[in-house]
Design a binder for this molecule. Structure first.
Ligand code: ADP
Ligand code: MG
Length: 358
C-alpha cells in the first residue's frame, strides 16, 4: 500500500474529517439477529474519512488501503465493492430527506479489513460522522448506527445485525458496551478488574462465512416460529426447546445460553468467571451452533491453556477470522503468546496479533 493524501488525490484540501473504531465482541455471538444481547468493545484501530466538494457532478471515492478510486453520478447504479458502503451512506441520508452535493471522499484505516473486527461498520460510521459534521445534520449516534446498518444491508447487500454499527458509534475501548439489540437499551460497563483483551487473527479466511451465516439465520427464524415467539430472545429457559428437531434445538440452545451468559456478565463478574463464560461461549459455538472449524478450535485451546489468560473464544461469525482472549493485565504473557503462535504454526496455521489492548 502506498501512502498518499487527500490533497495528492484530489488537488484540494478536505473540508472535514471524522473517524470511527472497529470493534471486537467479547460475549454474545450470533445473538444480534435473534433480538438478543451482545457485549462488544471498540478497538484502538480506526477508520478516517476526509470529505471535500467535488469539482464536477460526480462523487469520487478513494480508498488508501485498496489504492482504488470509484467515480459515480447521482443516479448511477451502485457498483459492488468498497464504494457501495460509502455511496450507501449518502443514498441512505438522501432517502431520509437530506440533500448531499457531489463529494470527494478519501478513506484511510488501521482496522484490519475482513478479519471480523468490523472494518465495514467503522467505514460507515466514519462516513456518516463526516457527513453529519460537514452538513450540520441533526442526527444522533444511534441514528448513525441505524443508517450505517441500512446502508450495509441495502446497498452493500450484507444482511448484518445492528451490533457492529452500534459498537463503532457508541463504544470506546476502555469499556464494554452492553447492548439489547431489540430495544437498543445500552450501558457502558467496566472490564473485569485487572484485565485487558487480546485479539489474534487465525489466518484462516472466512470463506464459508456468508452461506453459513444465512443458513444459521434461517434456522433461528424457523426455531422461533416453531416455538411461537417472534425471536429466540423471547425464550429464557432451555427446557422450552426440548421438542425442537435437530439441528434447530442445538441452534436455539446456543442462542438462549449465549444470551444468558451476556446477562450474567452484565451483572459484573470476576475475571475468572468472565473467562469461564467466554470458554463456554466457544464450546457452544463449536458444538451447538457449528460455526467453528479446526484451526479456530486449535488456537482457542492453546490460548485457554496459557497461564494469565482467563478465557478465549472465536469472535465474529466464525468459519475463520479472529479469536479474542481475556488476559490478566499484570501477567507478563508476551513470551507465552509468542509460544502459542509458534505451536499454532506447527499445527499448520499462521496466526497474528491484531489487538493487544493494555
Ligand atoms: P469486516 O467488517 O469484518 O472487516 P466485511 O466483509 O464486513 O469485514 O467488510 C469488509 C469490506 O468493507 C471490504 O471488503 C471493503 O469493501 C469495505 N472496507 C472496509 N474498510 C475499508 C477501507 N479502509 N477501504 C476500502 N474499503 C473498506
Ligand atoms: Mg463487517
Amino acid at each position: 500500500m502506498s501512502t498518499v493524501t487527500f490533497e495528492q488525490i484530489f488537488n484540494a484540501s478536505p473540508d472535514v474529517q471524522a473517524s470511527a473504531p472497529g470493534r471486537v465482541n467479547l460475549l454474545g455471538e450470533h445473538t444480534d439477529y435473534n433480538d438478543g444481547f451482545v457485549l462488544p468493545t471498540a478497538i484502538p484501530q480506526q477508520t478516517t474519512v476526509y470529505l471535500g466538494s467535488s469539482p464536477n457532478p460526480q462523487h469520487h471515492i478513494y480508498s488508501q488501503e485498496l489504492s482504488e478510486q470509484v467515480s459515480l453520478s447521482a443516479n448511477d447504479p451502485i457498483p459492488q465493492g468498497f464504494s457501495s458502503y460509502v455511496i450507501g451512506c449518502i443514498r441512505t441520508l438522501e432517502k431520509q430527506g437530506f440533500s448531499i452535493p457531489p463529494l470527494n471522499v478519501f478513506v484511510t484505516s488501521s482496522v484490519p479489513i475482513g478479519s471480523g473486527l468490523s472494518s465495514s461498520a467503522a467505514l460507515e460510521v466514519a462516513m456518516l460522522r463526516a457527513l453529519r459534521s460537514r452538513f450540520n445534520l441533526n442526527i444522533d449516534d444511534v441514528q448513525i448506527a441505524q443508517f450505517g446498518q441500512y446502508a450495509e444491508q441495502n446497498f452493500a447487500q450484507v444482511q448484518c445485525g445492528i451490533m457492529d454499527q452500534m459498537a463503532s458509534s457508541l463504544a470506546d475501548s476502555e469499556h464494554l458496551l452492553f447492548l439489547d439489540t431489540r430495544t437498543l437499551d445500552r450501558e457502558l460497563l467496566p472490564f473485569p478488574t485487572g484485565t485487558k483483551f487480546l485479539v489474534i487473527d487465525s489466518g484462516i479466511p472466512r470463506t464459508l462465512a456468508g452461506s453459513g451465516y444465512n443458513q444459521r439465520r434461517a434456522e433461528c427464524e424457523e426455531a422461533a416460529k416453531l416455538l411461537s415467539v417472534s425471536a429466540l430472545r423471547d425464550v429464557e429457559d432451555v427446557s422450552a426447546i426440548a421438542s425442537l428437531p435437530r439441528p434447530l434445538k442445538e441452534r436455539a440452545r446456543h442462542v438462549i445460553t449465549e444470551n444468558n451468559r451476556v446477562l450474567e456478565a452484565r451483572q459484573g463478574v470476576s475475571a475468572e468467571r468472565f473467562g469461564q463464560l467466554m470458554n463456554a461461549s466457544h464450546a457452544s459455538l463449536r458444538d451447538d451452533y457449528a460455526v467453528s472449524i479446526e484451526g479456530l478450535d486449535t488456537l482457542v485451546a492453546l490460548l485457554q491453556e496459557t497461564p494469565g489468560i482467563f478465557g478465549a473464544r472465536l469472535t465474529g461469525a466464525g468459519f475463520g477470522g479472529a479469536c479474542v482472549a481475556l488476559v490478566d493485565s499484570n501477567a507478563q504473557i508476551k513470551t507465552a503468546i509468542a509460544d502459542v503462535l509458534t505451536r499454532y504454526q506447527k499445527a499448520g496455521y499462521q496466526g497474528k496479533i491484531l489487538v493487544d489492548r493494555a
